[in-house]
Design a protein around this ligand. Structure first.
Ligand code: FAD
Length: 527
């Protein structure tokens, strides 16, 4: 029989792959897990929940969900899976919020660890003297970290655009947002990790499922392997992250460009200027009717009359998005600095829109959109996202083909585009980035609306994504995927390039049986 694959057609253009649980040769996995002594517990009857993610396209049913109350629950579970040996097909996936796109936090017939259940250690802010840091659990949400650190007037330095993600989930990728040009990604802002790993297996045989602390100074190889390591080397149970004094307010600015070269030139100028903005991103707007009105009352145009006449229909525009943080006693100096920087930019003059919001409101901005989409039933739909890192030397070729040819009619969601600088990324981590000092994140954040027109159906978006990927390959752009997804090992080899052998060696050292994060589809557990 093997495993049974069911392809369920939910509507004409949406299908989801479900792999079934039953296997005639499987040992009785749930009863073997029930014997483990835990502070938390396993559940076996609500496993469907762990077979879903934000991408809403891949569903792999696990055998059990572990809801750990302690780090030792995780260690005991890993130890048990290791003791079952290579003969068992049991694997383990940590699941943050399951905001992955293609089943990366799922484990077919394995154990999914619900990291949000792990509430130890309790969040603790060290606010005495710099460097300010915070101890957090690997399953903690960034939004909770923000609220807790603000009680001490502090906040993390580097963010993602959306804060309802876990520490372990973003540190397994990179964690990128508009602050990364200054502070680097989130993986550049971690002091120490605690990791449950099987890495002592060769040296201390009794220590299987050991909990290890690692940092730049202690077990450095494990520390850097885990950062950006796609969950392949251990389960992050605890992190010490870097904080800075938190500002109270934010000036949030948008300006438009019709010429990509001028837009990218200004972005690159800003990320390398001294005392520049605190957040620099950008996005592409394709054929949006009433674009400026859609920004709503929160954004005020500097020249309302001219802005009201601005016609975005049928055009491809590039929006530079900036933020400057400040405290109420710094308003004058902040306004002068903003004015000075804006005067150096070449945007379409009357498309300057400025808004003033609290720091929390700014950082948690995507959650407001989430609530609106949830209310309309448009959150839990397929998200065929594509996130690419394109070297600066090729971004013009890329923009010309993708925005001028492949995506001419419309887009199916936001398209982010902003430059990052390699010098802020630590090349000892596992994350793969292009080999140039400046590279762009281009994120196609598409939603496939069920039963909708042909142009926003899932199949159409996937075809468009494939055209973009094919172009990158044939034009030799040196593109790397962020939140990468590949189906065969040959593609993973190509993704890692000259770093592939080192990645395999680390896997052999820290997870030799390949039990961790099977949903990434990089290594297969040998059975
Ligand atoms: P999951 O999806 O649950 O897990 C991701 C991977 O990490 C899996 O392989 C999992 O097994 C592994 N993992 C999870 N926890 C641990 C742990 N404790 N130890 C070891 N491995 C673990 N990313 C950005 O960088 N910048 C953004 O601005 C950004 N915006 C986003 C906006 C939205 C609306 C969404 C849905 C995602 C966004 N992301 C962004 C992507 C996000 O970083 C990834 O989805 C990431 O996987 C974090 O999600 P998660 O915590 O739910 O992790």
């Amino acid at each position: 029989l093997g495993c049974i694959t069911a392809r369920i057609n939910l509507c004409s253009n949406l299908s989801i792959t479900i792999l079934s649980l039953s296997h005639p040769d499987s040992p009785n996995i749930p009863s073997s897990l029930e014997k483990i002594s835990l502070d938390g517990h396993f559940s076996f009857d609500d496993v469907h929940h762990a077979a879903r993610d934000f991408g809403n396209r891949y569903r792999f049913l696990p055998s059990a969900i572990l809801r750990p109350k302690s780090v030792s629950d995780i260690a005991a579970t890993i130890k048990h899976v290791l003791e079952m040996g290579a003969g068992s097909e049991l694997t383990v996936a940590a699941r943050g919020c399951g905001h992955s796109l293609q089943g990366q936090a799922q484990a077919h017939r394995g154990v999914v660890i619900n990291m949000e259940s792990l509430r130890e250690p309790k969040m603790e802010v060290h606010a005495g003297k710099p460097p300010f840091v915070m101890d957090v659990s690997g399953g903690e949400l960034w939004i909770n970290i923000l609220h807790e650190s603000l009680k001490y007037g502090l906040a993390p330095k580097s963010w993602t655009d959306y804060l309802h993600l876990t520490v372990g989930g973003t540190l397994s990728n990179a964690g990128i947002s508009g602050q990364a040009f200054r502070h680097g990604p989130q993986i550049s802002n971690v002091y120490q990790l605690e990791v449950v790993t099987e890495w002592w297996i060769e040296t201390v045989s009794a220590g299987k499922g050991e909990i290890v602390k690692c940092s730049e100074k202690q077990n450095a190889d494990l520390f850097y392997s885990v950062l950006g390591g796609l969950g392949q080397f251990g389960i992050i149970t605890h992190a010490i992250i870097s904080l800075e004094p938190a500002p109270k307010m934010v000036k949030w600015i948008r300006v438009l460009y019709s010429d990509f070269s001028i837009f990218s030139r200004d972005q690159e100028h800003l990320i390398s200027a001294e005392n520049t903005f605190d957040y620099i991103e950008g996005f592409v707007e394709i054929n949006r009717t009433g674009l400026l009105n859609n920004w709503g009352s929160s954004f005020k145009p500097q020249d309302p009359l001219q802005a009201s006449q601005f016609n975005s229909e049928g055009r491809t525009l590039f929006c530079l998005e900036l933020a400057k943080t400040f405290n109420p006693d710094e308003v004058d100096i902040m306004n002068q600095e903003i004015e000075s920087f804006l005067s150096q930019l070449s945007y379409v003059p009357f498309t300057l829109f400025i808004s003033e919001v609290s720091y929390v409101e700014f950082l948690d901005r995507v959650h407001a959109s989430e609530m609106k989409l949830r209310a309309k039933g448009l959150w839990e739909i397929p998200h065929p996202w594509l996130n690419l890192l394109i070297p600066k030397s090729k971004i013009h070729v890329f923009a010309e083909e993708v925005f001028g040819n492949i995506l001419t009619g419309t887009s199916n969601g936001p398209i982010l585009i902003y430059p990052l600088n390699k010098s802020k990324w630590d090349n000892r981590t596992s994350v793969v980035i292009p080999d140039e000092e400046i590279f762009y994140l281009v994120a196609f954040l598409s939603s496939a609306v069920p039963s909708s027109k042909r142009t926003d159906g899932l199949e159409h978006i996937l075809t468009q994504n494939q055209r973009i990927l094919d172009f990158c390959e044939t034009a030799h752009l040196g593109m790397k995927q962020y939140l990468p997804h590949f189906t065969i090992q040959k593609e993973w080899r190509a993704h890692f390039g000259p770093r592939w052998e080192a990645f395999v060696q680390k896997k052999t050292a820290y997870d030799p049986l390949a039990i961790l994060a099977p949903g990434q589809n990089i290594f297969q557990k040998a059975i």
